[in-house]
Ligand binder design. Sequence first.
Ligand code: FAD
Ligand code: DHB
Length: 391
Amino acid sequence: MRTTVGIIGAGPAGLLLARLLHNAGIDSVVLESRDRAYVERRQRAGILEQGTADVLRAAGAGQRMDREGLRHDGIELRFDRRRHRVDFPALTGGRSVMVYAQTEVCKDLIALQLAEGGPLLFEAEALAVEDAATDAPRVRFRHQGREDVLECEYVVGCDGFWGVARKAIPAELTQVFERTYPFGWLGILADVPPSHNELVYARHDRGFALLSMRSPSVSRLYLQVPDGTDAGAWSDEEIWDELERRFETADDWRLERGPITQKSVTPMRSYVHEPMRHGRLFLAGDAAHIVPPTGAKGLNLAVGDVVTFARALTHRKATGSPELLDAYSETCLRRIWQAERFSYDMTTLLHRAPGTTGFEDRLQLARLDRIASSRAAETDLAEGYTGFPFG
Ligand code: FAD
Ligand code: DHB
């Protein structure tokens, strides 16, 4: 099998890249190790930055998002039983975000790819990327019980944190920057209308909690839990009781309960692999970097990477110049480090690590109070949340 761009992974990065290349008249093949139902059901991100929503629209993948997605103009910070709303458009010159689940983004892109795009092979597991530093890189993969080879001009590893693409970059050329956090998130989906019309990020002495949503009738909620927590160890009632405590306010706000339909625990880490390119192998999305979910940045970073790659390859095809491809890693990393910083700041602002001292608690509350009382501090948060510009 032969193609111009071999794409490993059909998460948001790989699927959007295939679409962008298709629109630019460049052919690709996508290899995805899981089956379609798995990719379409995996519960993950929920917030699209304005720039991400704009890219999906321009790619012809925004119709259902514009019909069913919920535009949000702010978030609420909750601390010390107080509530503070951050108004995004007022602070950023009109920017907002979109609540539209990653599952739905993937469904829309898969449907488009199967209808109009190049091959998208499910249950096709990439085994290795070979000859990355030559003009003819190859992906060895297994599909329907047989091993095969995809001959490419370029390979893009969009295969997430646990993928194989990153391994093809020699260790001696690589630097990894990493931090793990001593807590994770227990996430639930519940069949109950969200108890607030915008997301609520709560800092509490018992730990962080987040109220989000998937639709006007489905809530998505998260609780900070100790590292290594088993989701099954929490009964539904314990989860609701704990959420209620952490969201408590001085006014009469109430958390509505409903049937919990899904529970899972996500570990938290910050990770950056540099560089993101070796020869004709490029890494995009979680394959190259991870942020803790507090800033809602992971999917949006993946989108920025593939937009940068598609633009660079289109430039190469149109002009013969490799300059944008050569600048790929540096261009992406600038935005990625801003998102790493923002996600780290949001995480340390709102979570309570084991062993936290009274002094650190007071500092955390002072940082929140500063955001609630200084337009400059609040603007910094609003700019970061609604998104850093693509390179
Ligand atoms: P992935 O979605 O991981 O896709 C990689 C794909 O590659 C997968 O389909 C995988 O099956 C496939 N694959 C792996 N190995 C191989 C192989 N060897 N061969 C073939 N295929 C392979 N981000 C946000 O922006 N906003 C949020 O609100 C947000 N919330 C989150 C909440 C949670 C609980 C979690 C876990 C994440 C959240 N994120 C959020 C992060 C976001 O989900 C990820 O950053 C995003 O999925 C990255 O997309 P990707 O395409 O790079 O990788
Ligand atoms: C969601 C996830 C996040 O990490 C976040 O910061 C906001 C919302 C969500 O899944 O809805």
